[in-house]
Design a protein around this ligand. Structure first.
Ligand code: AMP
Length: 187
C-alpha cells in the first residue's frame, strides 16, 4: 500500500504514521526526519537545509527531491510492501515530481490522507511539543506556508480521486480506527 499523509505540522502525522506502518508493515519516509538526520550528521546537504528548517521555510526543491528519490529507489529495490510518505509533497511542483517519480518506478499512490486540525489547536500543540523549530514565529510561518503552498494539494489529489479527509482532533485511538477503516478498504 502506498500512502501520502498530508497535514499541518502538529496535526498528529507522526503518531498516526506509527500506527499505520505497524498495522500494514510498510515503510515510512519522512522528509523532515531525513533532513534533520542530515543536519545532525553535519553533511553538506544538511548544512544547506539547516537555515530553512530553522526558520520554518521550505528547503529548496532540488535538495528535497534528491532525498525522496533516494529513499523511494531504495524501497523499490528492497521490494517492500509499500510506504507512507510524511511531509512530502509540500507544494504543487513537489506533487508533480512525485507523480513522475512513482510512474517511473511503476508504484502509483493508492491513497492520500489529509489530517484536518484547526490552526489554533495546532499552535497550542506545537508549543507543548517544543522541538527546536517549534517557537511561535516559526510555527506561524509554517502554518502560512501550509496555507499558501501545501493546501492546494488537497484539490490536486481530490481531482485524482485519491484524497480522504480525516478529522484530526479528539481521541487519538478514534482517529487511528477511522484511518484503519479507510485503509482496510484500500488494502
Ligand atoms: P516536518 O518534520 O515535516 O515538520 O519538517 C520540518 C522542516 O523540514 C520543514 O519546516 C521544512 O523546513 C523542512 N521540510 C520537510 N519536508 C520538506 C519538503 N517536502 N519540502 C521542503 N522542506 C521540507
Amino acid at each position: 500500500m502506498r500512502i501520502v499523509l498530508l497535514g499541518v505540522p502538529g496535526s498528529g502525522k507522526g503518531t498516526q504514521t506509527e500506527a499505520i506502518v505497524n498495522r500494514y508493515c510498510i515503510s515510512t519516509i519522512s522528509t523532515g526526519d531525513l533532513l534533520r538526520a542530515e543536519v545532525d550528521a553535519g553533511t553538506k546537504l544538511g548544512q544547506c537545509a539547516k537555515p530553512f528548517i530553522d526558520t520554518g521555510n521550505l528547503v529548496p526543491f532540488d535538495i528535497v527531491l534528491g532525498v525522496i528519490e533516494n529513499s523511494l529507489r531504495k524501497l523499490s529495490e528492497a521490494s517492500s510492501k509499500g510506504f507512507l510518505i510524511d511531509g512530502f509533497p509540500r507544494d504543487l511542483p513537489q506533487a508533480e515530481a512525485l507523480d513522475k517519480l512513482l510512474l517511473r518506478l511503476d508504484q502509483p499512490l493508492d491513497i492520500v490522507l489529509f489530517l484536518d486540525v484547526d490552526y489554533e489547536e495546532i499552535i497550542k500543540r506545537l508549543l507543548i511539543r517544543g522541538r527546536n523549530d517549534d517557537n511561535e514565529d516559526t510555527i506561524r510561518n509554517r502554518l502560512q506556508i501550509f496555507e499558501d503552498k501545501t493546501s492546494p494539494l488537497i484539490s490536486y489529489y481530490t481531482k485524482k480521486g485519491l484524497l480522504r479527509k480525516i478529522k484530526g482532533t479528539g481521541d487519538v485511538t478514534d482517529i487511528s480506527s477511522h484511518i484503519s477503516r479507510i485503509l482496510d478498504e484500500v488494502a
